[in-house]
Every structure is written in structure tokens, then in C-alpha cells.
Write a protein that binds this ligand. Structure first.
Ligand code: NAG
Ligand code: NAG
Length: 518
């Protein structure tokens, strides 16, 4: 449903010439709904004018585009249009150019007569836009390209500012006004951009320059979540140095092969991020399995550096080889974690035992133990762990854990005590369709459950294959049988009045449903 106000707003933004003439008479209370109508209707000319004249301190995508009483949620499900995101950035640039020109003394010559209202914009908040880098879509803008676009905008407006300052100072010189010192590069007019950034080696150079000029330039990047992939130690350290520390919430460094020694160089750069809640270091090539004096020292160092991150709630050490050393790794943390991701970490029983007695266990909302073989000696400690964690756990990932029906029935009672569970990831486990039905029957009693990602059942695989294939992603399964199982599971959900729960074999399609925020 659209409200009458929204329908009117759609009408208004459809006529650029009229709204341009009327903009200064439109009460500022109407700007948000006009913005929303222009953004969702892709009326870029109007959108740019609205941004350029924005009458509030803050322009926040999340606040403006969320579902409210005016607008149909289905319109909002679409990913934000690339054109509109670019337009908003252009609008801010135009606003800054104009404000800088006035500031630099050219107002009488260049001022726009339409600008009766004092411009206010100080913060453009671009966080909270939907991202999906897995399914690139030409009509939307990925986080990576948003980062590049903003970085270029930053550099561009900073250059223009410098040129303008030079031009004005030359003119002043020419008119006999002595300018003794060169003008300070610090821009008197600026807009902060709150943003998540994603950088790899291709975009490193441009982001570095942008962060460098943005400290004093007209467009100032305030990073919230930083994700860096395949960056060298030096580049990563360089970026961390340039980030303004106040708003940093998450650092995600992956595929960098840094190992413990490299991470130990980086962690001291993070101590100044006093709001850092989330540290993700998957695929960082940490290996603490072979004891040696150097490794022991590195591990101790790493653990105490982690302890310096006072706001830390979320830690991802995926694909680190931690066998038997989890206690030492987490030793420095004085406050409990809410999210711990330890996929493919070669964990041993002693690690899970430690975890179930640790300060973290009763705070864990998210636990990822995928890729650890839970079928044998880890099964009991795992059972105990989820029993201890059952009060809080929302999200449990146990993909590729070699779990069969027998294992499932043994930990099902513990699982069913997790009364707040919302997400269960079981993909790539050798379960049968019988096992899945048993799980469904029991799990319908979990009131908050929303998403179960289940494996292709073993009985859907071609029986002529000699042994059960460990590669679940191949095509040797019987598509029709699988559809049959899916239909049966769905019917069971209907019968149990739990059609609100999604059961799927698609790991990616419902990712939004599995998200547990910080
Ligand atoms: C960096 O990421 C972008 C966007 O995903 C991609 O096009 C580019 O190839 C990547 N660069 C490298 C060096 O992998
Ligand atoms: C799981 O680990 C146990 C030893 O802990 C081993 O005997 C078993 O073969 C492993 N299972 C698989 C499927 O790799």
C-alpha cells in the first residue's frame, strides 16, 4: 500500500521543471518523502536537486529508504539503483562546489538566486544499503564500485577546492591584496560520508589517495566497516593508518596470507579503533599446530593484542589451523564474544570443551563450526557446547561437518533446547531424507526458527556410485528425487503451521534471513 502522501510525491517528482521552480517553497518536512519517491522512481534530475538543497544536517539512505507508513515494502526490496546512488553523490558534489565557491568569495558572481534557504547538509550516511557481491547486477552498485566512486569523488572535489583556492588567491594578489601565506588546504565547508568500504589491490591506490585528502578536504570519508581482500601487509597497514578511528565498527581482512606474524604487525594499528566490534580474519593462514618458541611468542602476542580491542564482540578466524589452542587464542579477551566463527579450524575436543566453559558460551548469538569433523570425537563436546549456549544462540552453522542421521539424533535434544534459534546451516552433511524429516518434526517447535539450509540427502544420490561422494556440489544426484523431498518437507511445514520457516538447499538465496546484526 502507498499512502496518499506518497502517491502525491510520486506525481510531484515526475515533473522536473515544476519542482525545480517550486523547490524553495516546499516545506522541508516534505523532502524525505520526495526523496524516497524520486529515488525509487529513478527520477535522477529531481533527486539531484533535492540533495543539493537538502534542508537537514543528515541525509541517511537507511532512514530515508526504509519501509514506513508511506511506502509499499515491495518497492524497497529492490537493490538500490546504481544511477540513483551516483546521482546522490553528484548532488552532494554540486552542493559542495557551490558552497565552496561562495565561501571562497565568489558568491556575488556565482550564487544561485534559487538558494534562499540556508544549506545544511553535514553528513551523508550511505551505510545500510543492500549489498550482494555474489550476484553482480548491472543496475545496482556493488560495495566495491561504490567505494571506488566515492574515492574518486573525494579526490575530484578536493582538487577542485585547491584550484579554487589558488584562483582566488591569485585574483587577490592581482587586485593588490597581499597574501603572505599560502591558503590552508583545510576546507571550511565539508560533508562527512559515513560508509562501508571494500578494497582490493585494484582499488587500493585510489582509496588510499582519497583517505589521504579526505582528512581535510570537502568530502570526508568516515569508514564504518572496512573489508580488504588480498592486500599486502604494507598496503593494509597504510590503510589502517589513514582511517579516522572514531566510527570504525568492523575490520575484515581476508585472503591475505599474512599468518600470525603479519597479523601481529597489524593489530597494534587497530588498538585506536575504540568502537571496533567485529574482527574478521578468515583465510589469513594462521597455523599454530606445530609448537616452536617463535610460534608460541607469536600466539601470545596475538592473544594479548586481541585483548586490547575493548569493544570486540565478533571474531572470525575461519580456516585458521587452531587445533587444541583455542584457549590460548582467546585468552586475552575479558569480555564475552557474541559471534565466533571457526569454520575449517581443525578443532579438537579440548577446544570445544574450553569453549563450553568459557565466558563466551552464554553470550554467543552466532556460532560457526562448519568444516570441523563433528562425527567422531567432537560430537560429545559439541553437544555439550550447544547445550551450554542454548539460551542465547540465534545462528548455528555446521556445514560440512560429516554428520549423519545417527549423529543428528544424538544432538537433536540439545539443538531443540536452543529456543531462540533462527538459522541452522547444515549444508553438505551426509544426512538422509528420513533424517531431515526427523529434524523438521522436532525443529518446528522452535518458535523463532526462520531458515534451515539443508544438504542434498544421501538417498537422492545415484545409487550406482561406489561410495557416497564427498563432493556435494557435483551433479550426480537425482533432481527429481530432490524435488520430491523438498515437496514433502514443505507439506510437513504446512501441516505444522510453520510456513514461516524456509527450508532450502540454496546457500545464497536467503542470506538476508540469516543475518544477525552486531
Ligand atoms: C577487485 O575487485 C573487483 C570487483 O569485484 C574486481 O573486478 C577486480 O578484478 C578485483 N581485483 C583483483 C586484483 O582481484
Ligand atoms: C572424522 O574424524 C574421525 C577421527 O576423529 C575419523 O575417524 C573419521 O574418519 C572422520 N570422518 C570423516 C568422514 O572424515
Amino acid at each position: 500500500m502507498l499512502s496518499l502522501v506518497f502517491v502525491c510525491a510520486q506525481k510531484v517528482v515526475s515533473d522536473h521543471a515544476s519542482i525545480q521552480r517550486a523547490l524553495e517553497f516546499i516545506p522541508k518536512e516534505l523532502y524525505p518523502v520526495l526523496f524516497k519517491a524520486a529515488f525509487l522512481g529513478k527520477k535522477t534530475l529531481v533527486l539531484q536537486d533535492l540533495v543539493q538543497q537538502w534542508p537537514f544536517f543528515v541525509l541517511s539512505f537507511q532512514k530515508l529508504l526504509h519501509r514506513d507508513r508511506h511506502c509499499n515494502p515491495s518497492l524497497l526490496k529492490e537493490k538500490p539503483s546504481k544511477l540513483c546512488v551516483q546521482t546522490v553523490i553528484l548532488g552532494v558534489m554540486a552542493y559542495l562546489s557551490e558552497a565552496l565557491t561562495k565561501e571562497d568569495g565568489g558568491s556575488h558572481a556565482r550564487g544561485y538566486s534559487t538558494l534562499c534557504r540556508k544549506q545544511q547538509l553535514r553528513l551523508l550516511d550511505m551505510t545500510g544499503l543492500q549489498d550482494d557481491d555474489l550476484e553482480p547486477d548491472p543496475d545496482t552498485m556493488s560495495l566495491w564500485s561504490r567505494t571506488v566512486t566515492l574515492a574518486k569523488a573525494c579526490i575530484d572535489i578536493s582538487r577542485r577546492h585547491c584550484d579554487e583556492v589558488m584562483r582566488v588567491s591569485k585574483r587577490r594578489k592581482g587586485s593588490g591584496v597581499a597574501v603572505l601565506t599560502p591558503p590552508a588546504p583545510c576546507s571550511p565547508v565539508y560533508v562527512e560520508v559515513r560508509v562501508d568500504l571494500f578494497v582490493n589491490s585494484t582499488s587500493y591506490g585510489v582509496l588510499r589517495e582519497a583517505l589521504h585528502v579526505s582528512a581535510h578536504g570537502p568530502l570526508r570519508l568516515q569508514c564504518r566497516d572496512l573489508r580488504a581482500e588480498e592486500l599486502s601487509l604494507r598496503s593494509t597497514a597504510g590503510l589502517l593508518e589513514l582511517l579516522s578511528p572514531a566510527g570504525i565498527r568492523q575490520i575484515d581482512l581476508r585472503f591475505n596470507n599474512l599468518g600470525l606474524p603479519g597479523l601481529n604487525v597489524l593489530l597494534p594499528h587497530m588498538a585506536k579503533f575504540t568502537s571496533l566490534q567485529s574482527l574478521k580474519l578468515p583465510y589469513s593462514n594462521i597455523d599454530v599446530r606445530r609448537p616452536s618458541p617463535v610460534m608460541e611468542e607469536g600466539l601470545q602476542n596475538f592473544a594479548s593484542q586481541l585483548g586490547q580491542l575493548c569493544a570486540l564482540k565478533e571474531l572470525n578466524l575461519g580456516s585458521s589451523r587452531l587445533s587444541g589452542r583455542l584457549r590460548q587464542v582467546l585468552r586475552g579477551l575479558e569480555k564475552p564474544l557474541e559471534s565466533l566463527e571457526l569454520a575449517f579450524c581443525y578443532l579438537l575436543p579440548v577446544d570445544l570443551c574450553y569453549l563450553s566453559q568459557s565466558i563466551h558460551v552464554s553470550s554467543l548469538k552466532t556460532l560457526d563450526l562448519s568444516g570441523n569433523n563433528l562425527s567422531a570425537i567432537l560430537l560429545q563436546p559439541f553437544q555439550r557446547l550447544i547445550t551450554e549456549a542454548s539460551g542465547c544462540l540465534l545462528h548455528l552453522d555446521i556445514m560440512e561437518c560429516k554428520l549423519t542421521d545417527t549423529h543428528l539424533s544424538s544432538f537433536l535434544p540439545a539443538l531443540c533446547r536452543c529456543s531462540r534459534l533462527r538459522y541452522l546451516g547444515l549444508f553438505c552433511n551426509p544426512l538422509s531424507s528420513m533424517g531431515l524429516k526427523m529434524l523438521l518434526q522436532n525443529s518446528v517447535l522452535l518458535p523463532d526458527l526462520r531458515l534451515v539450509v539443508y544438504p542434498i540427502p544421501v538417498d537422492c544420490y545415484d545409487e550406482s556410485l561406489p561410495t557416497y561422494s564427498s563432493s556435494f556440489l557435483d551433479n550426480s544426484f537425482d533432481q527429481e528425487k530432490l524435488l520430491g523431498v523438498g515437496a514433502e518437507l514443505h507439506q510437513m511445514l504446512v501441516t505444522a503451521h510453520r510456513e514461516d520457516v524456509v527450508w532450502t538447499t540454496d546457500m545464497y538465496k536467503y542470506r538476508a534471513l540469516e543475518y544477525v546484526g552486531l
